[in-house]
Write a protein that binds this ligand. Sequence first.
Ligand code: KIV
Ligand code: ZN
Length: 559
Amino acid sequence: MTLTNKANKEKLIIFDTTLRDGEQSPGVTLTVNEKIEIAKQLSRLGVDVLEAGFPVASQGDFDAVQRIANEVGHLMVGREAIGKPITIAGLARAVPADIQRCYDAIVTAPQKRIHIFLATSDIHLEHKLKISREECVTRAVASVSFAKSLIDDVEFSPEDAGRSDQDFLCKVLGAVIEAGATTLNIPDTVGYNMPEEYGAMIKYLIANTKGSDKVVWSAHCHNDLGLATANTLSGINNGIRQVEVTINGIGERAGNTAMEEIVMAVHTHPDFFPVYHTINTPLFFRISQLVSSLSGMVVQSNKAIVGANAFLHESGIHQDGVLKNKTTYEIISPETVGANTINLVLGKHSGRAAFRSRLQDLGFGELTEGEFQTAFNSFKTLADNKKRVTEQDLIALLSDQVSSSAGDKATWVIKSLQVVSGTSFATATVQLQNTITEEVHIDAAIGKSGPIEAVFSAIQRLVGKNIRLLKFDIAAVGEGMDALGQVSVKVAEKTSVSGSASGEESPVQETADVNKITYHGHGADSDIIQAAAKAYLNALNRLVATENERIQEERKVNV
Ligand code: KIV
Ligand code: ZN
């Protein structure tokens, strides 16, 4: 196996959009603290450009991008080889208010970029934007010129490029290059293209766009046909030098291109691609677990590079081969992507120093003394119940701590939880504290179908919400009876519809509106009922926070 050879190759720029396009995955709503934690890890991973969000979308998005620019935009930990901090990018539509808002959010980062998008396909121009091709060119040029008056680094994306007329694309792209765009991103927004088609389109655009040699060409592929990675790689062999990717491939619908797949394809085939990468690949497994844990998007076991089975050999013939020589069935060694470190063990006798050093390895080195103490206490409690605490356990514990830490979205915290269950109904008694009023509230509920129903009913009554549970996943972190249970839930608030057309009295009907916002939550604990309670409350806290944010924004508008 050869390592990446940089001779005669160009650097592949890694543009991560986990926090923007990835966060657009149905049900994913990351809190600001969670985004910052992921952003720090992306910086350590060696990512070149981090798309932190869409600042005009909401005050919450603006705040997250601004805090990432302040708190992550300067970091150099793990980036010594790259020699510069990560570039913080924000997304904007091709309108001045979006661009200004984006600039205001990223302004403090030493390296910053405005990313403007405007659809170019006839389908989008006609049905969505209702503008002509001429108007499209005018808007694209005006928006890039305005962004250029604020900042040097401007990226332009013709949305739905994969279904756009290619000669029209050359016209728009030539015009934005003249207006000052420095990166041109070619999105296959709906995941429609075939690999040869996407590669040929890139080749055509580079050959036929005026000034194409002055800019970096970028790929942004969606995975609707399962081809996002193949299309992006085909792009690289046809002139792409920046790839827009997410960790675990999360994103709208079927997702975006997975960063770990592109980087490891380039890494494993250094002679096949005209590029090299500067990603710290042994961090892949950890960041994959962190993103999965915080986003609630479970990584499928057979997922390439970061799936739980990616390095397991089940059949006897394979096991025999690997024991004789690993390369018989392993094209990548598990160490290269950090799949071996995840099972490293700490025990209940491990002290603060060993724990601190392991946190540092995991990228949680910048905890305050208070945060460190909370994490250490959780570790000690877990170690009392579990012989071997693995890195996976620590990631699960720290993900929980990041999500529920002060200053973020936790209006409600669990004070106590008691459950009785058996062959008939289960009952749950729950005490919650409201962190704003500091009042403690208590309620009890029964669950016809078991203790989870009882706990969730009591919690939703205490929070004062009528909730529909849309998804409930439970998984063991690692092996054994003492494994930590990790629960992930998705919920939506029910809407009440009462009355009937005939005017007769009818029972109140409750529906979880499918178009309504969904919220995910996650929780980890060695007691799975507690893990479920934490996950459910975590989701409800996000719902309450979003509602509070909306009320504040409405108040601002009315003032
Ligand atoms: O898929 C897409 O077209 C996008 C653009 C905003 C780049 O995400
Ligand atoms: Zn996209």
